[in-house]
Design a protein around this ligand. Structure first.
Ligand SMILES: [Zn+2]
Length: 97
């Protein structure tokens, strides 16, 4: 019995079949890709081949730090302001005594 996924595929010729051994003990009848196996039996990726693909792989998780300088400056300003507030409050409490 053909699966629903294979219904819309043109019947592949014998040379283009995947042929991997399935769990039912039969040969896989899905059409093969460039390596001869179907998309389910082709094995793990062997990684990027082109220079473009290698660059995309290398920069996908890159931490560039472009905003770090501004963020550190902002954090310093907030700390300074909070310290000034605390000092002013302490002075006011002292003067009220
Ligand atoms: Zn297959």
């Amino acid at each position: 019995m053909r699966s629903i996924a294979q219904e819309h595929v043109n019947p592949p010729g014998p040379a283009s079949l995947c042929g991997a051994k399935t769990r039912q003990g039969r040969s896989c009848t899905a059409p093969g890709l460039a390596n001869g196996r179907c998309k389910a039996h082709g094995g793990a990726s062997t990684g990027p081949r082109t220079a473009e693909g290698l660059l995309a792989s290398r920069t996908a998780r890159l931490k560039h730090g472009a905003y770090a300088q501004a963020a550190k400056l902002e954090a310093r300003r907030v700390r300074d302001l909070l310290r000034e507030c605390a000092e002013t409050l302490a002075r006011m409490h002292k003067e009220a005594e």
